[in-house]
Design a protein around this ligand. Structure first.
Ligand SMILES: Cc1cc2nc3c(=O)[nH]c(=O)nc-3n(C[C@H](O)[C@H](O)[C@H](O)COP(=O)(O)OP(=O)(O)OC[C@H]3O[C@@H](n4cnc5c(N)ncnc54)[C@H](O)[C@@H]3O)c2cc1C
Length: 458
């Protein structure tokens, strides 16, 4: 087991271990005591025990895609799982077992090629399963296939005391319940996810796209919101405002990605958008051949590496005037690489969720992904996000952990009873706060956890 201690390693080696795998290049001023590069479950057990011996905390990194770099914490031993990659597939039972640093692309490239199966992981190809699944996982076609964590049959966990446990609906239920929605406050280290898989469509994906001038924002967004609840069940729907490559004109891009075995069924599904779209697109396509691999490439392009990011998000109330609430966000982007997203969640948002920590959602998921390159733009871009969210948050029911930064904004992440139960489980299973937990302002939340309350009501 390789351990890089801050006090003895050369600066470049330590710095690479500290933040080299952190996606967001807006790097934090937080410094772990050591980084353990784990390659197996035994290394994780040993690292947790080492932290107990040194009386310090444990931080975890799987894919390194947390926007706020939750894995980089003071007074901690950071267990980096980047070199612990394993996956096994049981194709007959449509199941896979995978380590948390496996990414959506790594998992799906094997599943699709060898088994015609897929797992609805993160939209961006390089998001790690670890952080993604613990917070719920808004994966492919979430509005119909549900949350990715609903496909977690079991987890193997190293507890805060250093024991390795198998957790499912029959044994170690509290950890299993928390592993589906606690996010970075999970009181243990997941070493393996046991996942239920989906068939991958025989002929790949198909997509339709409609690109409108931003002046048509209200009309086009109202249209897509109105058709989404009754739209085909195998179709993911999103609206994005952005600057297309090389353009100075902001656009509203509405995308339907459908996942059907047969082309005729895809065409039938997508027809409901084609026949009702408002006139005035500057560009459009209908039922074009597409694939998960092509979608990954586009998502990777929209979220480039080595850039600075500030994300925030909200679940907008079901009865809100959504185009009015999101107008500032969608029409005043502060940088040409930034984008704003509305993601259809109905009908998933109207279903009763299984009994698990994850419990917050609405019909309308809204997120800001503010992207820039130069540190000089940090104050301007971050202030823009804060200001926009001030207007939006009063029309929200809460937010998704995965695109949040608890250092910046307080809101609700769970239903009240789920939040209470989660904080109790954390205190029971990790009374000393060995695992770092939620990174709030000053990193003080410890075993108390998050308040789960709207900022303006505190
Ligand atoms: C470009 C981009 C695209 C994204 N797209 C999506 C998307 O489509 N859908 C979506 O839902 N989210 C998306 N996200 C959000 C992403 O899912 C979260 O940031 C998630 O936390 C990343 O997981 P990770 O393992 O890569 O991150 P990490 O930074 O490695 O982990 C984040 C935190 O999760 C906890 N954690 C991770 N692994 C473990 C473990 N094994 N045991 C215990 N705790 C652990 C730790 O607290 C850790 O610090 C996206 C993020 C980015 C940057």
């Amino acid at each position: 087991m390789q351990i890089i201690w801050r006090e003895s390693a050369d600066t470049a080696t330590y710095e690479d271990a500290r933040v080299g795998r952190v996606f967001n290049h807006r790097r934090p001023e937080r410094f772990p005591l050591a980084v353990v590069k784990a390659t197996c479950q035994e290394d994780i057990v040993a690292a947790v025990k080492l932290a107990a011996e040194k009386n310090c905390r444990v931080a975890v990194r799987s894919g390194g895609h947390s926007w706020a770099a939750w894995s980089v914490r003071d007074n901690s031993i950071l267990i980096d799982l980047g070199n612990y990659k394993t996956m096994e597939v049981d194709a007959n039972n449509k199941m896979a077992r995978a380590s948390p640093s496996m990414t959506g692309r790594e998992l799906n490239s094997v599943l699709i090629k060898d088994h015609q199966l897929m797992f609805p992981g993160g939209h961006c190809p390089d998001v790690g399963l670890g952080g993604f699944l613990l917070q719920g996982g808004m994966g492919w076609n979430c509005r119909n296939w549900g949350w990715a964590c609903e496909r977690v049959q079991a987890v193997d966990v190293v507890t805060a005391k250093g024991e390795l446990l198998h957790c499912n609906s029959e044994q170690n239920q509290e950890l299993y319940w928390a592993a589906r929605g606690a996010g970075p406050g999970f009181p243990g280290v997941v070493t393996k996810f046991h996942l239920r898989l989906n068939p991958y469509p025989k002929n790949g994906f198909r997509s339709s796209g409609y690109i409108y001038p931003i002046e048509m924002y209200r009309e086009a967004l109202s249209w897509v919101i109105s058709i989404s609840p009754d739209f085909d069940n195998d179709t993911e729907i999103a609206a994005i405002s952005h600057y297309p490559d090389g353009s100075d004109e902001m656009r509203l891009f509405i995308l339907f990605v459908t996942m059907k075995d047969e082309a005729e069924d895809a065409e039938k599904a997508l027809r409901a958008a084609q026949d009702t779209r408002p006139a005035g697109c500057v560009e459009e396509w209908f039922c074009k051949e597409d694939s998960l691999e092509e979608q990954y490439d586009k998502q990777g392009h929209a979220n480039p590496e080595k850039h600075r990011y500030c994300a925030d998000n909200a679940y907008i109330q079901n009865d809100a005037d959504v185009p009015a609430v999101l107008e500032e966000a969608f029409t005043t982007l502060p940088h040409k690489k930034s984008f704003a997203l509305w993601f259809a969640m109905n009908p998933c948002s109207r279903r009763k969720l299984p009994d698990m920590a994850l419990s917050m959602h609405s019909d309308h998921y809204f997120a800001l992904y503010t992207v820039w390159e130069d540190a000089h733009d940090d104050p301007r871009c971050q202030a823009w996000v804060r200001n926009v969210m001030k207007g939006v948050e009063r029309h929200s029911v809460g937010a998704y952990l995965g695109d949040s930064d608890f250092q910046v904004r307080k809101t609700k992440f769970w239903a009240d009873d789920n939040a209470r139960r989660l904080m109790e489980i954390r205190r029971k299973l990790d009374p000393q706060g060995r695992i770092c937990g939620y990174l709030d302002e000053g990193d003080l939340s410890g075993t108390r956890g998050l308040d789960n309350a709207h900022q303006w009501k505190i």
